[in-house]
Design a protein. Structure first.
Length: 548
């Protein structure tokens, strides 16, 4: 891409930026000659898959990389005519948080778990504006109110773990906007959020941007967000900008093959209608999972959190039941109860036999047939074990008669089945991409030849194109093996591509259920309609912001 000419009319100009990282004697180049401009008040998006260099490029603006391991072999970054790469750390502190601010991807890890919300927000205005405690408290209350936190006075003493994901993200936005910056960098600001909350957060950012007249640099792999938020788009691949232009032009008339690939990357295809002639693999009747609320010196139970409250389902061989709803709706709790990983009340039948009274010893033989794939493959795979050791662990527990060579042959077959090179099985999880790690997690489940698999948000942390690949993989394995899936997700686009039957949960209760085609084409409840509107149109669901 050509380097844009230096101009006083734009807020930020990145020119021929290079970023390299040194580990021992090895040097790897993450960004190669990237150039882009950000005008005052406009929204510019950097898009691309994981590893494309978009976050590294954005963090370079604030000089937040791990220096001196990181370096800039080429380039300049001008902010109002000053080259930020030449500024001292003291000079950068005057700009960070005051003139340029950032919202990080994961609020739970970005917020300090040991400090209250008041302390974390007020600290920013105290440091940059020199406000006293009372003035800082007033400013904090104003910010929390502005970002849609209900009863902000009651939230001042709360800690991050006492707030929902949407509320934590709103706190992050309040912190980023505390000093009314000229530029806000938003790094995947909605990736971990439910679709309705995602829509609310995006609408909030647009509203606050208009009020403050600030520019925004949006970093994301979700092209649906980019299309509705950005004025201009820069598409990155392998550390380089491969295409740039107005957002509508890039989406309607993409020129580069990689851009065309991204635009076409959504999960495709639709599953067939539920076949009621297939045998029932898993069934629940009026299932309840209630957690007691205890108070007082004697810890007396005064109420219950009804995580799952009277849910019945039937899952047949070769079919997928999707369970959708926002965080806290009871989706994962339902799956864990069916697998007998948490206590519950009500019949749970597996292949016609009740298992709800089984203890861990009685359940152990059934673990082979009832498997789980978790949301975060990096967190669910031990970093101390090789891929081969991770996958064969279940074989060692479930079938001690197998020799080491037999286990390795089974691991090789499982990796081949999920599309990974068996020659990589002696590597460790950190040596693989996110999509490859999820394939390893699927192989770990498949090596035991299960009949039922609970898939807990298996694609939420993945790029769009990788999501589509995992959906195709799961669909192919299901057809080949006649597997039954319980698919838990808040991503309705993936659910539509994979599930035969859908159950919509809210606050532990079924709001609506039925064949997937009917749910998506003719939803009956207002809640389901709001979920679908947020997922496919990105219009803000008309619910109180406080519910997030």
């Amino acid at each position: 891409m050509t380097t844009p000419p230096l101009s006083t009319d734009v807020l930020v100009q990145v020119r021929n930026l290079g970023v390299a990282f040194k580990a021992g004697q090895a040097v790897s180049t993450a960004v190669k000659g990237v150039s882009f401009n950000i005008g005052r008040g406009e929204t510019v998006a950097l898009v691309g898959e994981s590893g494309s260099g978009k976050t590294v490029s954005a963090l370079s603006i604030m000089k937040l990389l791990n220096y001196p391991a990181a370096s800039h072999p080429t380039g300049e970054i001008y902010f109002e005519g000053r080259n930020l790469l030449n500024l001292s750390e003291d000079e950068m502190r005057e700009i960070r948080g005051r003139r340029i601010s950032i919202i990080f991807q994961e609020p739970m890890t970005s917020l300090n778990p040991l400090h209250t919300i008041e302390r974390q927000v007020s600290e920013i205005v105290q440091v940059h504006r020199g406000l006293g405690p009372e003035a800082a408290r007033a400013r904090t209350l104003d910010l929390l109110h502005k970002v849609g936190i209900r009863d902000p006075e009651k939230r001042l003493t709360a800690y991050p773990h006492q707030m929902s994901g949407g509320q934590r993200q709103r706190v992050m936005i309040a912190m980023a906007l505390a000093n009314e910056p000229d530029l806000l960098i938003a790094d995947e600001p909605t990736t971990a959020l439910d679709v309705t909350i995602q829509a609310q957060i995006l609408e909030l950012l647009k509203k606050l941007q208009a009020e403050m007249g600030m520019a925004m640099l949006l970093i994301t792999h979700d092209l649906g967000i980019v299309r509705r938020m950005a004025n201009r788009v820069y598409v990155m691949k392998s550390g380089e900008v491969v295409e740039e232009g107005a957002a509508e032009q890039v989406f309607t008339r993409p020129q580069h093959a990689y851009t065309k690939h991204l635009v076409a990357a959504e999960p495709k295809g639709k599953p067939g209608l539920p076949d009621d002639s297939q045998p029932i693999v898993v069934e629940t009747q009026d299932l309840k999972v209630w957690f007691p609320i205890r108070k007082g010196l004697l810890r007396k139970t005064v109420d219950h959190v009804k995580a799952v409250d009277g849910l019945s389902l039937k899952l047949r061989a070769g079919q997928t039941v999707g369970v959708v709803g926002e965080s806290g709706s009871g989706k994962t709790t339902l799956g864990l109860a069916i697998l007998r990983l948490i206590s519950s009340n009500g019949p749970i039948l597996y292949l016609g036999n009740r298992i709800d009274a089984h203890d861990s010893a009685t359940m152990r033989p059934l673990r082979r047939e009832m498997q789980i794939v978790f949301q975060d493959p990096f967190g669910s795979l031990s970093p101390r074990l090789s891929v081969s050791q991770i996958i064969e662990e279940g074989l060692i527990i479930q079938d001690r008669s197998l020799t080491q060579d037999q286990r390795r042959a089974r691991v090789t077959a499982a990796l081949t089945e999920v599309g990974l090179d068996p020659a990589t099985q002696d590597r460790y999880p950190h040596e693989f991409s996110g999509g490859q790690r999820q394939r390893i997690a699927i192989a770990r489940a498949m090596v035991l030849e299960p009949k039922f698999i609970m898939l807990d948000e298996p694609t939420s942390a993945l790029d769009m194109s990788v999501q589509a690949q995992i959906v195709d993989l799961l669909r192919g394995l299901q057809v080949k093996r006649g597997l039954s899936y319980l698919f838990i997700s808040h991503d309705l686009k993936v659910v539509r591509a994979l599930c035969n039957y859908v159950i919509v949960l809210r606050n532990g209760r079924v709001v609506e259920e039925g064949p997937a085609a009917r749910i998506f084409d003719d939803p009956q409840s207002d809640y389901t309609k709001a979920l679908l509107a947020a997922a496919f149109d990105l219009k803000v669901a008309h619910r109180s912001a406080t519910s997030s």
